[in-house]
Ligand binder design. Structure first.
Ligand SMILES: Cc1ncc(COP(=O)(O)O)c(C=O)c1O
Length: 378
């Protein structure tokens, strides 16, 4: 490799999925075609709709000897700066059809709430958003700017969700939550259908067959929505690799266990949106048999990667990629450094790798902090 530092990037943990059995029909039973089609038809009819760019990371692909590395740049999604703009806003439109004067509610770590607030504002609906004490003031303000009432709750995300459920029941608000629980499945399915739009776009952005996809996971919604999109739109099924923070590897542990497994988060990762202790029910049904491998990484190279994206180290374009965009790049580089993983995944000069640039500077303060920290290290 040209850049000697990249040679030291490592995977924390990895696991091959013994239950791999990719089955298009089964996946599309969990997230039916009709949702995927409706999501695309609805979202692509919004006046500000434009596919996000698919950038090739040519400098990186030369460096690590991979044919093509495609980077889906979700920093450009509707000015909301993350793929989450596709999920919540679409779900708001779907469930509010024909209903007037309703109030939408949700609990969020940030990006999902922003999407729900934007979707509610588009349709002139009232919106109540519950956030924990850990959500930054910057993110709270972004949601207020979109007309939402933002309610801060003492405690963590779970506490904000509990409060949201209680208040919503009392006031007959319509909850638009991206996480599934028993008897609450429609909205999480809608959000995943929204995320599948990324895959639909990719099919007309390259004529190369994708051989590998690295998918970041928190509760697994983004990963499962993308996998459903692959099942529907891709002619050839690529190898699918899940990436998580080492401190929040609930997908890896569940795949290892062959069943859902809750984990305790002892230290919050800088990859905030991915710091989740439990896989959501619906995504799990899709993920469990369709991913080839699960990987986890530490926070060590996040700031550096954010800086390298902005500093033209990976491509000729300046890329604004935040803390949840970096893991795809880090795990690809680290996989190429690990002989066992590289061989098992057959990552080589014939590979066309897809990475998800999930978010841009959705939290500008955190982004700027990571960027300046990273710039000092590269
Ligand atoms: C900004 C952001 N939030 C959250 C997530 C996690 O999404 P999910 O909880 O649907 O797995 C990701 C990506 O994995 C992300 O990039």
């Amino acid at each position: 490799m040209g850049n000697p530092d990249l040679l030291n990037w490592k995977i924390s943990n990895f696991l091959t999925n013994k239950n791999l059995d990719f089955n298009r029909q089964e996946i599309l039973k969990v997230l039916p075609d009709k949702f995927i089609d409706d999501a695309y038809n609805t979202i692509s009819s919004w006046p500000s709709y434009k596919p996000t760019p698919l950038i090739t990371l040519d400098k990186l692909s030369k460096n690590i000897n991979i044919k093509n590395i495609f980077y889906k740049d979700e920093s450009k999604r509707f000015g909301l700066k993350s793929f989450k703009a596709l999920g919540g806003a679409y779900a708001v439109e779907y469930i509010s059809k024909g209903k007037k004067n309703i109030t939408i509610s949700t609990a969020t770590a940030g990006n999902h709430g922003r999407s729900v607030a934007w979707g509610s504002q588009r349709l002139n609906l009232k919106c109540k958003i519950f956030i924990s004490e850990f959500v930054s003031e910057y993110r709270a303000n972004e949601m207020k700017k979109l007309g939402a009432d933002v309610i801060r709750v003492k405690g963590n995300y779970e506490a904000s969700l509990k409060e949201c459920l209680e208040q919503s029941k009392k006031n007959s608000w319509h909850i638009v939550q991206d996480v599934a629980w028993e008897n609450y499945e429609l909205v999480p399915k809608l959000t995943m259908a929204g995320y599948s739009v990324m895959v639909k776009e990719i099919t007309s952005q390259t004529d190369q067959y994708i051989t590998h996809v690295f998918l970041q996971a928190g509760v697994g919604g983004m990963a499962a929505g993308t996998i459903a999109g692959i099942a529907k739109y891709f002619k050839k099924i690529p190898k699918i690799i899940i990436v998580e923070p080492e401190t929040a590897d609930c997908v890896l542990r569940s795949v290892e266990n062959g069943a859902l497994k809750k984990i305790e988060i002892k230290k919050e990762s800088i990859m905030g949106g991915m710091s989740c202790g439990e896989v959501s029910l619906i995504p799990w049904k899709i993920i469990k048999n369709s991913v080839n491998m699960c990987l986890s990484i530490s926070d060590d190279n996040i700031a550096k990667t954010v800086a390298m994206l902005a500093n033209f180290n990976f491509s000729d374009e300046k890329i604004i990629g935040g803390e949840c965009s970096a893991p795809g790049i880090i795990s690809l580089i680290a996989s190429c450094n690990n002989k066992d993983i590289k061989e098992e995944l057959e990552l080589d000069k014939n590979s066309n790798v897809l990475l998800m640039g999930c978010e841009g500077n959705a939290d500008e303060n955190l982004y700027n902090q990571l960027l300046s920290q990273g710039m000092e290290q590269i």
